[in-house]
Structure formats: structure tokens, C-alpha cells
Design a binder for this molecule. Structure first.
Ligand SMILES: Cc1ncc(COP(=O)(O)O)c(C=O)c1O
Length: 397
């Protein structure tokens, strides 16, 4: 038997999913589990999706164009125009989830062994795509006490080497809920110009900015329009993670030509789902976006009400997305999260969270932190957090 590739052997297991066997065992014992560990929204997928699938049923479920169906690329272009952002359909390629957009962004900008700077804690699946693309992620640490905003420009620049090709950001952020300010985006703009880099910008949570804030897209930085690659998705926007549709946007023609070659190699994104997605974009109620944003904001407020002031618990108010990275009064949050599933229950229920260490690239960081996804109803959030607080009272490191 030959060994598996070094590439796969080196890939870490997802910290979001690694405690699933413990959760399954708890359920088998009859304990119900509140899932605050995974960003799976509970909001119904807009009905336009299902109607479009029924109306579009073809005799042959054929391949579509590699860059995606024109109807969906046009719908995305008009979605962006609502925010005052002009994007030509040629500047959009439909991908199989935002996930493939991340992979395409690495593949179009980096050669094997090139480096991409990213801010830890970061969306853990960047690791997998970087490994697949042979890219080395170079972490710069953002800190809980600063609400996970960017460190000083000098600290960022100190990590740039002659192999650095890009800076990767995610705003609104998974796993922290941080929204980068216009000033922070300006700082990044200056750095990428000064050092001749790309800016890879994951904006899949762009609709969820709280407290009256608006999202400034990196597509609104004209001075770096050739350097920006945006990764986007309908998974969270339309609560349609299973459609597996995202898109990559760039005004850099060479990047888009390169992405198309990658797109042709995998033939096309899911055809039927694209009809559904296009229909959602076209048929949504005017209030859809603000209603969904408010739903998440109210859940965020439950999180603040329930956890603020709890001894040893620290986090700043998440500004967007639907995540918070929270410091707990425990030495090893991995052990605590496991213990909540194996040893703790309150009236037959327990709460599952994601240990945050797996969202850091630097060993030893985030050991006392967890990530919470506020994707359950306010009532369930309250119950889940009550259980978490009771667990913290009883738990001993
Ligand atoms: C920050 C971020 N980027 C990209 C993705 C990938 O999304 P999908 O492939 O479902 O579109 C996710 C999913 O959770 C995410 O949180």
C-alpha cells in the first residue's frame, strides 16, 4: 500500500466539524444538541428558488457555460448595482460555491510556494484551498481586545517577502464578526500598491452589517481595481448553502481569462441551481435583505445580553456576519467544547461550539477561545447560551 500524498496528510481536520462524532454520541444517548458550531442558517430559502427549479426542468440536464449562465451573471451584476457598484458580466465567473472562488483566487494569483498574508483567526477552509493550490498562508494576528481589527500597517508589511503575492481579507468576518472600516481598507490599498500585491477579498457576508453600517466593498477602491479579486456566494445571502453557488469578481482581464481556464477544466457550475439563484435575485421582496440582516442582528443582541458580564468571558460586539470569537475562562476550549458534549447536559440538552484554535495558523493561539455562530432563533440562542453558562460554572480545567 503506498502512502497518501503529503498534501492531504498535511491538511488539518475542520475545527467546525471535528467534534461531530461527540455530538452524534450525545444525540444517541438522547441529549439534544444546540448547534452554535456551524454557519448553517435556519432561515428558509426564498421560495423563488424552488419555483424556478420546477419551471426550468429540462429534458436533459446539460452542461452550462463554464463562466456560468448569462441570466445569473446579469442578476449578480444588477445586485451589485443596487449598492452603486458597476460590474460588467464579463467580470463575473460563477463558481461552485464561494469555496471554489477562494480556490480560483489562489490559483490565478499564485504559483506553487508563493505566499499569501492573511489575518488570524481566519475562515479555516482557507487552509485546505491554500494546500490544494500549493500556497503558503502567512498569518498576521488580529486580537480579541481590538475587536479583531487589523494590526498596524508596519506589522502587516513586516511579513511581506519576495514570495508574497497577495493579502487575503474577509469582511464581514468569519469567525470574528469584524467589519473592516474604510480606513482599514485604505491602509490595505496602500500596502498592496506599494508592494505590488493582489487583494483577495472574501465578501460572502456583505449583506450582514449591523447597527446601521454599510459594507464598503473592495470593488469600490478604484485605485486598486486591477488588484482586487472578490469572492462571493449565495450560501448565506439566500440561506442556500446546498445550492453550491458562488462567484468570483475581478476587473483584471488577465485574472478573469485565467479563471475561465480553471472553469473550463471543471466544465461548469451546477446548472439547475443557477436558474434558482437567478430567480431569487430577480424576485426578492424589497425588504428581504434588511429583514434577514435584522434577524441576525437581534440574535447578536441576545448573545451580548446573555454573555456580557459573565465572569472571565470576553468579546467585543460583532459588527456583522453571524459569528463571534469569544474568550472563555478555560485553559483549553477544545477540551471544554468536547466536555459539553460528553459530560454535560441540562434537562436533556447541551450546546455545541467550535474551539477557536483551529482558526489560527500560529500554534498556541486561541486556546481559550470559541467561535459561536448565531444561526438559531432568539429563543433557541437564549437556551443554548444558558446551557453554555451553566456548563462554564461546573467545568474544571
Ligand atoms: C468566509 C467564508 N468564505 C467562503 C465560504 C464558502 O461558502 P460556500 O462555498 O458555501 O459558498 C464560507 C462558508 O462558510 C465562509 O464562511
Amino acid at each position: 500500500m503506498t502512502d497518501i500524498s503529503r498534501r492531504c496528510a498535511d491538511m488539518q481536520a475542520s475545527p467546525i466539524r471535528k467534534l461531530v462524532p461527540l455530538a452524534n454520541a450525545a444525540k444517541a444517548r438522547g441529549t439534544s444538541v444546540y448547534h452554535l458550531n456551524i454557519g448553517q442558517p435556519d432561515i428558509p430559502t426564498p421560495p423563488g428558488y424552488w419555483n424556478a427549479l420546477k419551471d426550468s426542468l429540462p429534458n436533459v440536464l446539460a452542461y452550462g457555460p463554464s463562466q456560468g449562465l448569462p441570466v445569473l451573471r446579469e442578476a449578480i451584476s444588477s445586485y451589485y448595482s443596487r449598492s452603486g457598484i458597476t460590474i460588467d458580466t464579463d467580470e463575473i465567473i460563477i463558481t461552485t460555491g464561494g469555496s471554489e472562488a477562494v480556490y480560483f483566487a489562489f490559483m490565478t494569483t499564485c504559483d506553487h510556494g508563493d505566499e499569501v498574508i492573511c489575518f488570524e483567526p481566519f475562515y479555516t477552509n482557507y487552509n485546505g484551498f491554500a494546500t490544494m493550490a500549493g500556497v503558503k498562508l502567512v498569518p498576521v494576528t488580529s486580537r480579541c481586545e481590538n475587536g479583531f481589527h487589523l494590526p498596524e500597517a508596519l506589522e502587516i508589511e513586516s511579513r511581506i517577502t519576495d514570495r508574497t503575492r497577495a493579502i487575503l481579507i474577509c469582511s464581514p468576518n468569519n469567525p470574528t464578526g469584524t467589519v473592516l472600516s474604510p480606513e482599514e481598507l485604505q491602509t490595505l490599498s496602500s500596502i498592496v500598491q506599494k508592494h505590488n500585491l493582489y487583494l483577495l477579498s472574501d465578501e460572502v457576508y456583505r449583506d450582514f452589517v449591523f447597527d446601521g453600517g454599510t459594507h464598503l466593498s473592495t470593488l469600490q477602491l478604484p485605485e486598486i481595481e486591477d488588484r482586487v479579486i472578490v469572492m462571493d456566494s449565495i450560501s448565506k445571502r439566500f440561506s442556500s448553502c446546498g445550492a453550491r453557488l458562488g462567484n468570483m469578481i475581478s476587473r483584471n482581464k488577465n485574472i478573469m481569462d485565467a479563471a475561465l481556464k480553471l472553469g473550463q477544466a471543471r466544465l461548469c457550475p451546477p446548472t439547475l441551481a443557477q436558474y434558482g439563484a437567478a430567480r431569487i435575485y430577480h424576485n426578492l421582496d424589497a425588504n428581504y435583505y434588511s429583514d434577514v440582516m435584522t434577524t441576525y442582528q437581534n440574535r447578536r443582541d441576545v448573545l451580548i445580553e446573555e454573555l456580557s458580564g459573565v465572569d472571565g468571558v470576553f468579546f467585543l460586539k460583532p459588527e456583522g456576519a453571524f459569528y463571534a470569537t469569544i474568550q472563555l475562562p478555560v485553559k483549553d476550549a477544545d477540551r471544554f467544547a468536547s466536555w459539553m458534549l460528553t459530560d454535560f447536559q441540562l434537562e436533556g440538552e447541551t450546546t455545541m461550539v467550535a474551539p477557536a484554535a483551529g482558526f489560527y495558523a500560529t500554534p498556541g493561539l486561541g486556546l481559550d477561545q470559541i467561535r459561536i455562530a448565531f444561526v438559531l432563533s432568539e429563543e433557541k440562542m437564549r437556551k443554548a447560551l444558558e446551557i453554555l453558562k451553566e456548563g462554564l460554572k461546573v467545568y474544571r480545567d
